[in-house]
Write a protein that binds this ligand. Structure first.
Ligand code: PBG
Length: 323
């Protein structure tokens, strides 16, 4: 056969395949989400996320230590709040003695070199289970910003390096930036959940935090999975308002959005490989239906190939062990 170009030539040995490999995962790409819960010596597995635990503060410090030893040094914290501490205005979110702020202080105190990213959203503390202030069944935008501002400021005061507004209210990046700057926290970064879709893939996360909405859904604030041009609008606004990173969430069903933002803007792109994406691979692997390790690494690589330089993933520790 007269075949001049033969792409298979560079696939014939492991050395050559390595040489032409375009994308590589590194432990420095990862952010590990951590769930913190009240109590002492508590470590309960999330039933829909095998291998992922809610840790009490004392044990979360051991978990951070283990991750630091593996080279995973950035953590995104989420709190599991008792139902009786939840209210309409998520007041517990800025209680300085509350679980979340105590955890940030303890982690930064013991591991000053790690990066602590926070979640800025009302849902874990809201008696309505929504990311905004609810009135007459509606999610109010501007009153929510005031709560988010208090929350982000309290997190910065506790030592957070980066805040992550995950609520999808309009104008929140600019509002939070102004609150932080006015208080002298101009070095605290904002990783904006910029294209966050109203997704079925958050189910296991809501189990982990008991944070599911008490009525309705999140479609008046999270984006319609059918839309990609709208992600450009959200990204443009977040950049103008002062975001340092743009995040796409979920990751695997939204690789086109990751690529779109990567090609359209110059800020680093993060992708959140969410709880449901983790659960799918774990469930299939437990059933012996696919090779869990390979599926994990392939998924993470695909997210990076699409253009994400930062990956928030529950697989961070497991992947770090293999890399
Ligand atoms: C809510 C929030 C959610 C996640 C992170 N922050 C869920 C939601 O929007 O209901 C989901 C993360 C995951 O599924 O892993 N502020």
């Amino acid at each position: 056969m007269n075949i001049i170009r033969r792409p298979r030539r560079s696939r014939q040995s492991a050395v050559l395949r390595d040489m032409v490999q375009e994308t590589r995962l590194s432990v420095t790409d990862f952010i590990l989400p951590l769930f913190v819960t009240e109590g002492q010596n508590v470590r309960t597995e999330v039933s829909s996320m095998p291998g992922i635990y809610r840790h009490s503060l004392d044990l979360i410090l051991d978990e951070v230590q283990e991750c630091m030893d593996l080279g995973v040094k950035t953590f995104d914290l989420f709190p599991n709040i008792a139902e009786e501490k939840k209210d309409k205005y998520a007041t517990e979110s800025h209680n300085p003695d509350g679980l979340y702020l105590r955890t940030i202080r303890a982690i930064k105190d013991r591991f000053p070199d790690c990066v602590v990213m926070t979640d800025v959203a009302m849902d874990p503390y809201s008696s309505d289970g929504h990311d905004g202030v609810v009135e007459n069944g509606k999610i109010l935008n501007d009153p929510t910003l005031e709560v988010l501002g208090k929350m982000a400021l309290a997190q910065a005061e506790a030592g957070a390096d980066m805040v992550g507004p995950s609520d999808m209210m309009d104008g929140r990046v600019g509002y939070i930036r102004a609150v932080l700057d006015n208080a002298g926290y101009d070095q605290v970064a904002i990783m904006s959940y910029c294209a966050k879709y109203a997704s079925a893939f958050y189910g296991p996360f809501r189990d982990a935090l008991a944070s599911a909405p008490k009525f309705g859904d999140k479609k008046t604030y999270q984006m319609n999975p059918a839309n990609s041009r709208e992600a450009l609008v959200e990204a443009q606004l977040d950049i103008e308002e002062g975001a340092d990173f743009l995040m796409v969430k979920p990751a695997l069903a939204y690789l086109d959005i990751i690529k779109l933002l990567h090609d359209s803007f110059d800020l680093p792109i993060a992708a959140y490989n969410v709880s449901g994406e983790y659960a799918m691979i774990k469930a299939a692997a437990q059933n012996g239906w696919l090779d869990g390790e390979r599926a994990m690494l392939e998924s993470l690589l695909a997210i990076k190939r699409a253009g994400a330089s930062v990956i928030l993933t529950y697989f961070a520790k497991e992947a770090a062990r293999l890399l």
